[in-house]
Ligand binder design. Structure first.
Ligand code: F3S
Length: 387
């Protein structure tokens, strides 16, 4: 792999041992993946933040990087709880202390404690064509597909390495020709909102590549579809005709054709009786979603036998304080910094309804022994919690 003089100097430890160690990781990765050089990135998004995911070993690793600091804007994925809702989440002291130690280790390096998987709304907004190094799979697929920024699916260590060095190996989705479609997905029924997360689960399970779709939806529909696709498989990008910024020129003669029938999605939705928790916000909700929820529940009363938890980025909550107030008056809880998957929700509730294919996939096989989960569209969920 070709390295510039400056990169050689970093590798030799001239800018500290932590930076040298991080660059070495990226160079090794690049060599394995066939990159010819490193390229600069304009931002990083870091996963591996929940204590439940990285444990003591992860905390120890972060502390070993004491002399490191990030050189590009970097943001953090959700953690195990929302400090203001520790009671509902039943967080014990050890979890609390270790989790905060992890966040502080990142903050000491200069990472912004955004704790969201939707940094693209306000906190870390890439532009079309920019090279970035992001780790959260739902954010990666959103950035590539809906924004047209360029990132591979980074791991937590490689994204952190990019944040500290400002570089990433040039391979995969950083290269124009690797961003073309590999499959065309024919949907032989009329798509409604409820179908998007299920279609995402289905495509992720069936293909490994870049799907091209001819369906109509809005940004939030595609956000849910992409997150599910990335969770059930290894997809990091899709094209939607007439919607995503790079669909022109994405098709070519060698794409494989796959037809999806409505009945194939029905099984993925599932059915659950006596739902205990309705969870919305995987990925974290947008301002538009918060507005829809607030408009629907305004002046109504929530059933007392079912909880409504909504997960959003702090920055989204701050900008939509009036909608949050309406939802809270209704009896819903709007949480920041965490999500239904990385929090204790899957331990506390065993019958869950959500509009997220990704949440359903993870909660059904959660480390807490799994929950029964059904996937429904937003308004069906909201109707189900009205007294
Ligand atoms: Fe985000 Fe948590 Fe879902 S990180 S995509 S809300 S699993």
């Amino acid at each position: 792999m070709y390295l510039t003089r400056e990169e050689e100097r970093v590798l030799n430890g001239e800018q500290g041992s932590a930076k040298a160690k991080m660059l070495r990781i990226l160079v090794k990765m690049g060599e394995v993946l066939g990159a010819e050089r490193l390229i600069p990135v304009s931002s990083a998004q870091i996963s591996g933040v929940s204590y439940r995911t990285i444990g003591d070993a992860g905390l120890h690793f972060l502390r070993s990087l004491k002399d490191a600091s990030v050189v590009v804007p970097a943001t953090l994925n959700p953690i195990a709880f929302d400090e203001e809702h520790i009671g509902e989440m039943e967080v014990d002291d050890v979890m609390y202390e270790k989790q905060m130690a992890i966040v502080n280790a990142y903050v000491d390096m200069g990472v912004k404690p955004t704790m969201t998987c939707t940094p693209y709304y306000f906190d870390n907004v890439p532009r079309f064509g920019e090279h970035i190094a992001w780790a959260e799979s739902s954010a990666v697929i959103y950035a590539n597909s809906i924004i047209g920024a360029r990132t591979n699916r980074e791991g937590s260590v490689s994204a952190l390495a990019s944040a500290i060095t400002g570089k990433t190996p040039e391979y995969g989705l950083h290269i124009e020709e690797r961003r073309k479609a590999t499959h065309i997905i024919e949907v032989d029924f009329e798509m409604r909102s409820e179908h998007f997360p299920l279609l995402g689960l289905y495509i992720g399970r069936e293909i490994n590549g870049i799907p091209y779709l001819r369906v109509r939806g809005d940004e939030d529909d595609f956000k849910l579809m992409g997150a599910a696709m990335a969770a059930s498989g290894s997809i990091a990008m899709y094209h939607v005709e007439g919607f995503t910024p790079e669909y022109r020129g994405a098709l070519h003669d060698e794409v494989e054709r796959i037809t999806v029938e409505e009945k194939e999605l029905a099984d993925l939705a599932g059915t659950v009786d006596n739902v205990e928790l309705v969870a919305i916000g995987c990925p974290h909700v947008s301002g538009a979603e918060l507005r829809k929820i607030a408009e629907f529940v305004k002046g109504r009363k929530k059933r007392s036998d079912v909880e409504l938890w909504i997960f959003a980025a702090r920055s989204t909550i701050e900008r939509h304080a009036s909608e949050v107030k309406i939802i809270e008056e209704f009896g819903g809880v709007v949480m920041k910094d965490t999500c239904v998957v990385v929090s204790n929700a899957g331990r506390l509730y065993k019958r869950i309804a959500t509009n997220s294919g990704k949440a359903a996939l993870y909660l059904r096989k959660s480390r807490f022994g799994g929950a029964e989960v059904m996937v429904r569209e937003l308004y069906t969920l909201l109707r189900s919690v009205i007294a």
